[in-house]
Design a protein around this ligand. Sequence first.
Ligand SMILES: Cc1cc2nc3c(=O)[nH]c(=O)nc-3n(C[C@H](O)[C@H](O)[C@H](O)COP(=O)(O)O)c2cc1C
Length: 427
Amino acid sequence: MYGAQRYRWRAPKNTVIASPFSPGYIDSYTSKGSGTMSNNYGDYQLGVYLQGMMGHQPDFPFELNDVEQQAREALDPRAYWYVAGGAGAGETVRRNRRAFARWQLTPRMLSDVSTRDHRVTLFGETFNAPLLLGPVGVQEIIHPQAELAVARAAKSLGVPMVLSTLSSYPLEAVAETLGDSPKWFQLYWPGDPALATSLVHRAERAGYTAIVVTLDTKLMGWREKDLQTAYLPFLEGKGIANYVTDPVFCDALELPPASDMQSAIGHWAQIYADASQTWDHLEALRNATTLPIVLKGILHPDDAQKAMDHGVDGIIVSNHGGRQVDGAIGALNALPEIVDKVPNMPVLFDSGIRHGADMVKALALGAKAVLLGRPYVYGLAVDGENGVKHVVQRLLADFDVTMALIGVAKSGDLCRAHVTREDALPG
Ligand SMILES: Cc1cc2nc3c(=O)[nH]c(=O)nc-3n(C[C@H](O)[C@H](O)[C@H](O)COP(=O)(O)O)c2cc1C
């Protein structure tokens, strides 16, 4: 089932053009090579065309719809729909994409874009590109290597990974796989403050450098595809590795999970979220850690202001990929007003990022960085670590090329002048 489509390139002999596996090319991801800090990710395409000259055709799709289609063929339909499905009628899933189409780029000519720089500094750490792999839970339903495969791909490309609380491998194992590669931990904020503190402290000890608190899942969204097959993987004991390895969680059980998994699952279902939490509860979390706290799921400028007032360090504008509130605002539509409301707070973005132009638009509208969601999961389904790498490489290359072609050499220079809203266009 897995690995049917291997993505393997052979570097042509005696070539000076960067190929996808030439040391120079890899260095453009990791910044370990020349020390120039250039991130000309777009050179990837030169390698692809050169391989074509040598008679090698890509055996992994470049069009994202085709990657998704291959994932669909590789996966159990229940797993596919768990990823692809949205809440309700899927209106917000579609709206997330439509929101990007409302903004257009006007390329500008004759600026020096020979060397591109995509570095971004967030909470004191500098990343090579304004892209993180977003938190996606229960990846064992996609691939047996799950988050470990994603971690290996993230590490090899130097792209930060945000690990979900609902991971299939414990956070310590994923941290070990990531080594010194950048990593954040996403917290599903449990009702039991002692458990929340325990998870946060484990993440700290394991080397995660920020805590992303997801706010938009007090209840699970109304997901008709999953309801139709009565499929919730957590109830099969999947995606709860961080709980069954947690001392506070286990202390609340009569028998250890290894002896009575059903009771552990039942306890998890009761405590994993707390619908009574309010802004005031943030103080306890704030006091539990010195790590930066980033709130995920903000869609209203007043909530962004409240986040600021409650001493958090950053926010992620997101509607959870349309999986929670059908009818919710397209996430990109929420971004500009939020950035204007909290100009001094780092604002990140997800929900609908598919192409390089999407990244350019989100950054131009004020996001400091974006998170990738479903696309890398489709890559994982198709070919594990290699699939994730391919999806991320194609996105970064597309982003780099698009940015250069509109006349911008540094992603930090992208601003509103680079985008025009459709209804403001002349003609
Ligand atoms: C299958 C799946 C599982 C997810 N699990 C989590 C999670 O555990 N924690 C979280 O904060 N967000 C989770 N998300 C939401 C993503 O982090 C992100 O907000 C969303 O995928 C963005 O939408 P997009 O993938 O359509 O771009 C999940 C999304 C999907 C598709």
